[in-house]
Design a protein around this ligand. Structure first.
Ligand code: ADP
Length: 169
């Protein structure tokens, strides 16, 4: 059975088979976790992303990890929060599900997610956390090939939201 774990820290330092990047649809790099991943992985990541030609919201595309401890980086643009009536919940679930599909397709056993869309994209944290956990649980129940899925929280508020939701779910 897949284990779901919360860790507080910087996703660029985590040694897993794949980390997920909360990207934007151009895959050109950006602020927040995206910028941190591009800085830590090095310039070859930007070149690889350019060759991918963008990625629609909720889809996921994979590159090598380059200078990161992680072997792969799975890039997924989450939805921008527009008030909740613009299919945001479905798109956020799609980001998690498609990222998990990419991880399995690349033979990964361990994968680490940041809190997709809850930074600059403004998705309310408590709602996003429930979608993240529910989608990962549903996927790993059907396909138990992943050994561990980490939710990496960059701040204590995010870590607390994940811990609370995991205990309640
Ligand atoms: P989005 O545009 O999808 O909202 P952000 O990068 O702005 O993406 O924020 C998503 C989450 O990632 C936020 O909780 C932010 O604090 C967190 N974050 C920022 N840098 C890192 C990092 N190095 N490792 C893990 N999480 C990070």
């Amino acid at each position: 059975m897949t284990e779901l774990k919360v860790v507080e820290g910087d996703i660029t330092t985590i040694k897993v088979d794949a980390i997920v990047n909360a990207a934007n649809d151009s895959l050109a790099g950006g602020s927040g976790v995206d910028g941190a991943i591009h800085r830590a992985a090095g310039p070859r990541l930007g070149e690889a992303c350019q060759r991918l030609g963008g990625c629609p919201t909720g889809e996921a595309k994979t590159t090598p990890g380059f200078n990161l401890p992680a072997k792969w980086i799975i890039h997924t643009p989450g939805p921008i929060w527009r008030g909740g009536q613009a299919n945001e919940a479905q798109l956020l679930a799609n980001s998690y599900r498609h990222s998990l599909q990419e991880a399995v397709a690349h033979g990964c056993q361990t994968v680490a997610f940041p809190s997709i869309s809850t930074g600059v994209y403004g998705y309310p944290l408590d709602r996003a956390v429930l979608i993240a956990i529910k989608t990962v649980r549903q996927f790993t129940k059907k396909d138990p090939r992943l050994a561990e899925v980490f939710f990496v929280a960059f701040d204590s508020r995010t870590a607390a939201a994940y811990r609370r939701a995991l205990q309640l779910s």
